[in-house]
Design a protein around this ligand. Structure first.
Ligand SMILES: Cc1cc2nc3c(=O)[nH]c(=O)nc-3n(C[C@H](O)[C@H](O)[C@H](O)COP(=O)(O)OP(=O)(O)OC[C@H]3O[C@@H](n4cnc5c(N)ncnc54)[C@H](O)[C@@H]3O)c2cc1C
Length: 292
């Protein structure tokens, strides 16, 4: 049973932001696929709900010359069906193809997936690897933060009480990057991840020029595998080196045991999945597959 709650809904961003400024104790609801469950289980309490699901100006995928911009209310299903996301945000596209069932994808928004701040949020490691930024807006101003700086802990972010996440900004990176995303769950799909890994690799003349790796479900927040990145950067790209480097991921993660898996299993699978993700990127080079 959800306790008695005041419900407010507006059709424009301006009205929603004004309401939020005057009612900072409100809880935002978008698709509600996380929040309704949390309210029912009393994990989250709210006296006032601000429904932003009808703010249609926040629902788009826009390709610009240097960026791809995604409105926060864009659904996971819309991302899955977007040719722009498939071309310019490969790891994100792979993540949304492995995300829940159609009914959930049709309601769940990218903004909700990010702001819910679950360590298992599937869109987040890909967005970190793509070096995406988030636009946080209140009634007076907009600020931009890097995705990897947004999270403080499970369910906790740096968003202020009067702010709405309005847009995800993904820079169009040079087409020599190769990406991969792997999600391990108890089933192949339609399930929360036990470990997820997104990787991006840029190779020039067989040397790793640049590299970004991010993992989900293995720490209180999604994390960068900086030790693996440092181990590999500016070195010759071989499978043997990648095998050695993957072991370094234990320095970057802090998994817990929960209903989905033990901490020990997550540690072992993080090594395996980092290796597989990087090998997939390498393979994409040898097969001449471009990311964008
Ligand atoms: C059956 C099922 C399967 C699922 N499978 C997956 C899966 O495979 N992978 C996965 O990652 N997740 C999965 N989820 C979780 C969930 O669907 C996603 O996290 C979803 O993207 C949340 O979006 P929403 O719009 O429903 O968020 P809501 O539930 O509306 O909101 C979630 C949180 O974000 C806040 N919020 C929402 N939008 C904004 C905004 N624009 N600005 C500021 N705050 C905001 C809300 O206040 C709330 O705290 C699953 C859920 C269910 C029920």
């Amino acid at each position: 049973m959800i306790p008695r709650i005041e419900y407010y809904r507006f059709g424009t961003l301006n009205e929603a932001l004004r309401f939020l400024r005057n009612n900072p104790d409100s809880k935002i609801i978008a698709g509600g696929t996380d929040l309704i469950i949390q309210l029912r289980s009393k994990k989250v309490e709210a006296r006032k709900i601000l429904d932003i699901s009808r703010v249609s100006e926040l629902r788009y995928v826009r390709e610009e010359s240097e960026y791809v911009k995604i409105g926060a209310l864009t659904t996971i299903e819309e991302l899955k069906n977007s040719g722009v996301i498939k071309v310019y945000a490969q790891p994100l596209w792979r993540a949304v193809n492995n995300f829940a069932v159609w009914q959930v994808r049709n309601t769940a928004t990218i903004g909700g997936n990010i702001c819910n701040a679950s360590p298992a949020a599937d869109t987040v490691p890909p967005l970190i690897v793509l070096e995406a930024k988030l636009k946080l807006q209140n009634i007076e101003r907009v600020r931009e933060v890097k995705v990897e700086e947004f999270f403080k802990g499970p369910g906790e972010t740096i968003i202020e009480k009067d702010e709405i996440l309005t847009e995800v900004v993904i820079p169009k990176k040079d087409s020599s990057w190769r990406y991969s995303f792997i999600k391990l769950g108890k089933r192949h799909s339609h399930i929360l991840s036990i470990v997820s890994v997104a990787a991006g690799l840029k190779i020039d003349d067989n040397k790793i020029e640049d590299i970004i790796i991010a993992l989900g479900s293995v720490a209180p927040t999604p994390v960068r595998a900086k030790s693996v990145e440092e181990y590999l950067r500016k070195r010759q790209a071989t499978s043997k080196l990648i095998e050695e480097a993957s072991g370094e991921v234990v320095k970057d993660i802090k998994p817990i045991s929960d209903v989905r898996a033990s901490a020990e299993y997550r540690i072992e699978m993080s090594k395996v999945l980092v290796r597989r993700a990087l090998n997939e990127c390498l393979k994409a080079y040898s097969h001449g597959i471009k990311s964008g």
